[in-house]
Design a protein around this ligand. Structure first.
Ligand code: G6P
Length: 440
């Protein structure tokens, strides 16, 4: 007998018996025939049958579905760890996620659901709610939505939003972001937003059968494939691709995207898988850098503008899997506190794309060098930064404009992965953490 309340639960129907699991991937070796249970369902399983009832004992039918997950998607193959596999799957994950664009020269709002156009025309602001890495994707999107689409956007950590007294506006588009679609805080925050009268909801999620997907008026399913490593990687970059599409749709509906600009943006999106694949070729250099971090206790990540959330994500990756204490700051805030920590023992990692803020960032980095800090800079191909004593520079193969956040996160994922390898931690299952946090 099994029962579902909160966390996901599904039945697997195989020739040799009936199974229960929280995820279809766990059952792939025995069956692809799946029945998803709803909250409040109880199921009685026997070798060759099953019966589902509600808590009060009334019988209920749930549809049997066929899982289309490929066995390769959940096997390690040539890789040592799932995290490594998932980092390297990013070009494919992006290309699958963007596949629905086809060869069109324009973006169809319907990508997010049939009512997208009417809903987006009715909203005057966006509220993004998420946790962990998904929250960082939301922070990047705020820069895009405000700069490109001209729509005001707030981003909230779900566990804060659900308990804070906020000022609801029914003309808000509430966007929940989640790899799993089962994160308890994100689900509760969505319920809270709805209870405050906000009915326009959209989720971007990687698991089509998840609870979150069922609860939103609009939805976009990223097609990253199953993400198994606890530290999220390909879910993040595919979420960003989806959020960029959302930004372009908003921009179009608000008359801020010319036909030509739209075609150029689409070209940039379609080229992303190739661009990310080129960044992955930096791995040998990153492996060399990782040796420098192995004995460190702390690390500081700096970025500015839409690359500040990338610095946050880099710090999160490093702390999650290598257990090095890592913090991220917007570089302009350096002088308001973290500079006091900088000495030769504190590596400082800077995300330094060649954008309008580069000169400002360089002067922030000068402050680090003046205090004897060791700098590790991820610059763009055309960024004129040259390595020197105490200044390590790695150039990314391309300068990618608005979308460069998607490229700049990749070396930080690889850096965290290789530092963790050197330190011998359990990369895929870091201590004290869970892949899907289905309890508060
Ligand atoms: C956990 C995972 C993180 C993830 C976060 C949010 O903390 O370890 O990798 O970013 O949950 O998960 P979600 O599935 O909602 O994106």
């Amino acid at each position: 007998m099994v029962a579902r309340e909160g966390s996901p639960l599904l039945l697997g129907l195989a020739d040799d018996g009936s199974y229960a699991a929280s995820d279809a991937s766990a059952l792939l070796q025995v069956t692809r025939r799946i029945v998803y249970l709803e909250n409040g369902d109880c199921a009685e399983l026997s070798r060759d049958s099953y019966r589902i009832t509600r808590v009060d004992g009334s019988p209920v039918e749930r549809v049997e579905t066929e899982s289309h997950l490929s066995a390769d998607a959940v096997e390690l193959g040539q890789y040592r760890h799932y995290m490594q596999k998932e980092i390297f799957e990013q070009p494919v994950a992006l290309s699958n996620t963007l596949e629905m664009l086809g060869a069109a020269r324009s973006i169809q709002p319907g990508l997010f659901g049939a009512d997208t156009e009417s809903i987006l025309k009715d909203v005057r602001q966006v509220l993004i709610i998420a946790c962990g890495t998904s929250y960082h994707a939301g922070l990047v999107a705020r820069y895009w939505l405000e700069a490109i689409a001209g729509i005001s956007c707030n981003v909230e950590v779900a566990s804060e939003y659900r308990y804070r007294e906020s000022v609801p506006d029914p003309q808000t588009l509430v966007v929940t972001l989640s790899q799993s679609g089962e994160t308890a805080d994100t689900l509760a925050a969505l319920h809270h937003a709805k209870s405050l009268g906000m009915k326009h909801t959209l989720c971007i999620c990687n698991v089509p059968e998840s609870s979150l997907v069922r609860e939103n008026a609009l939805r976009f399913i990223t097609r990253a494939g199953p993400e198994i490593g606890v530290a999220s990687t390909k879910a993040f970059t595919t979420q960003l691709a989806a959020l960029y599409l959302l930004t372009l749709i908003f921009a179009k509906l608000r008359g801020r995207l010319t036909e030509q600009a739209e075609a150029t943006e689409l070209q940039a999106l379609r080229h992303l898988p190739v661009a990310v694949a080129k960044v992955l070729e930096l791995e040998p250099l990153i492996r060399e850098w990782s040796e420098h971090f192995a004995m460190k206790q702390d690390a500081l990540f700096l970025g500015r503008g839409r690359h500040y959330p990338i610095a946050l994500e880099g710090a999160l990756k490093l702390k999650e899997i290598s257990y090095i204490h890592a913090e991220a700051y917007p570089a302009g805030e350096l002088k308001h506190g973290p500079l006091a920590l900088v000495d030769k023992n504190m590596p400082v990692i800077a995300v330094a794309p060649n954008d309008a803020l580069l000169e400002k960032l360089k002067s922030n980095l000068q402050e680090v060098r003046a205090r004897g800090g060791e700098l590790y800079v991820f610059a763009d191909a055309d960024g004129e930064m040259v390595a020197a004593d105490g200044l390590h520079v790695m150039h990314l193969p391309e300068h990618y404009g608005q979308l460069s956040a998607l490229l700049h996160v990749v070396p930080l994922q690889l850096l965290a992965y290789h530092v963790a390898l050197v330190r011998g931690t359990d990369v895929d299952k870091p201590r004290n953490l869970a892949k899907s946090v289905t309890v508060e």
